[in-house]
Design a protein around this ligand. Structure first.
Ligand SMILES: Nc1nc2c(ncn2[C@@H]2O[C@H](COP(=O)(O)OP(=O)(O)O)[C@@H](O)[C@H]2O)c(=O)[nH]1
Ligand SMILES: [Mg+2]
Length: 401
């Protein structure tokens, strides 16, 4: 049985078994904090930082002793709720199904229409299929590769029924991903001991800061000690935005003065995280792409400097890509890859685009796993990337509808 059929059958059953009430699937919401312009100012730890040289240990950057306690627990940490695993799973699938509605309409619906239009396949059928895949942002390379494979397979197996071909297309599209050996979880990989450092990069506006807040929320809920570090010192607004999040989430934050050296802020973050037994330090970075060389050098420097304080860190480097920018996101990723080793991609704003195929293009072109996916603006809308749920969101939708 093909992958598509398999999913349809499996998911159909699973959905019915795990049907939940409205109340049970209600997701926790924690809305956007007020934007930095807001009058009320948080009280994060501000450090006077000096540009860090390559030997930060010899030049301590702390001028003022940070008072983390002040910003801690301004709001109680989100309550831990125990829910049956099945309900949790159904809730997650629902987030994918909802967040991928536009993509589903653009992709699955068009594919279905195509098989109705052409009972038997011909050249024109393949041309239209190609168009659908490219419009879904699957990427030209992967599209052509898949179509070539399908044409060959259809000839070899003498299949000319459009519906059967569509299934071949879908199986071919995703089998690469399925077989890529990345079925291991996409969750942040914590070090067995000490602080795990996660560096978050990406161009301005892609959703870095909000993704950091969502990740922090996720791990705080799991009982981890999380600290944020605002190494995006380029815009004062960025520092304040992250500080507001830290306050809402009740987690400590290390910030620098606007325009101060990002590497020194990151270094101080690493030092403090280690000292305070933090489990996860998440470092926000600037994203001025117009100054690519500087930006990339800065990221590399942040990385080096952190590793002096916490060896082998950053353990995770996530690049955030805005799904609505389509193939441009792939181009951005290639630029970042030129100077920093990425351990994962976070795709945001999937809910705002009909081009959900971008995930496949990224996997195909970059070979870096998509670790998390942003399916909306609520805290729980950032989900660990799960291929099966993604496919259900893209192809099947809510079978009980
Ligand atoms: N709809 C939607 N909006 C998102 C998502 N992730 C981030 N955003 C929005 O994108 C905008 C820019 O986010 P921000 O974190 O400030 O981007 P940064 O400049 O990369 O730090 C904000 O309005 C976020 O609410 C998502 O998954 N879905
Ligand atoms: Mg930001």
């Amino acid at each position: 049985m093909g992958l598509f059929k398999f999913l349809k059958e499996k998911f159909g059953k699973k959905q019915q078994e795990t049907e939940t009430t409205e109340e049970e699937v209600k997701v926790e919401t924690l809305s956007e904090p007020e934007q930095p312009e807001a009058k009320e100012k948080p009280a994060p730890v501000v450090l006077e930082t000096k540009p860090v040289e390559e030997t930060p240990e010899e030049k301590p950057v702390v001028v003022e002793q940070p008072k983390v306690e002040e910003v801690k627990n301004t709001e109680p940490a989100p309550k831990k709720e125990k829910k049956p695993a099945k309900v949790e799973e159904a809730k997650k699938t629902e987030t994918y199904v909802k967040g991928m509605e536009k993509s589903r309409e653009n992709f699955a619906a068009k594919i279905e229409k195509l098989s109705k239009k052409y009972k038997k396949i011909n050249q024109e059928y393949f041309e239209q299929l190609e168009e659908i895949l490219i419009e879904a942002d699957v990427g030209v390379n992967l599209t052509l590769k898949v179509i070539d494979e399908v044409v060959a397979e259809s000839k070899a197996k003498k299949i000319d029924d459009a519906e059967a071909i569509n299934e071949l297309v879908i199986d071919n599209l995703f089998e690469g991903y399925m077989n890529s050996g990345e079925k291991v979880g996409n969750d942040v990989r914590f070090q067995s001991e000490g602080t795990t450092v996660l560096l978050v990069a990406g161009v301005n506006g892609v959703g870095k800061t909000t993704t950091i807040a969502k990740l922090a929320n996720r791990y705080i809920k799991q009982g981890k000690k999380v600290m944020l570090c605002a190494a995006d010192t380029f815009r004062a607004g960025a520092i304040e935005q992250l500080s507001i999040w830290a306050e809402r989430l009740g987690c400590p934050i290390v910030v620098g003065k606007p325009e101060s050296d990002p590497a020194s802020v990151a270094f101080e973050g690493a030092r403090r995280a280690k000292q305070e037994g933090i489990d996860l330090l998440i470092v926000d970075t600037a994203g001025r792409l117009q100054n690519k060389i500087n930006l990339m050098n800065e990221l590399a420097k942040i990385s080096r400097v952190i590793s002096k304080e916490i060896p082998d860190s950053p353990h995770e480097v996530f690049l955030v890509i805005d799904a609505t920018t389509g193939q441009n996101g792939v181009v951005q990723a290639k630029q970042f890859l030129d100077c920093i080793k990425l351990t994962g991609i976070v795709i945001t704003k999937m809910d705002g685009t009909s081009k959900g195929g971008i995930i496949l293009a990224i996997r195909d072109e970059l070979g870096i796993p998509v670790r998390f996916i942003g399916l909306g603006e609520k805290m729980d809308d950032l989900q660990e990337f799960d291929l099966e749920k993604y496919l259900v969101g893209l192809l099947i939708g809510d079978v009980n509808e």
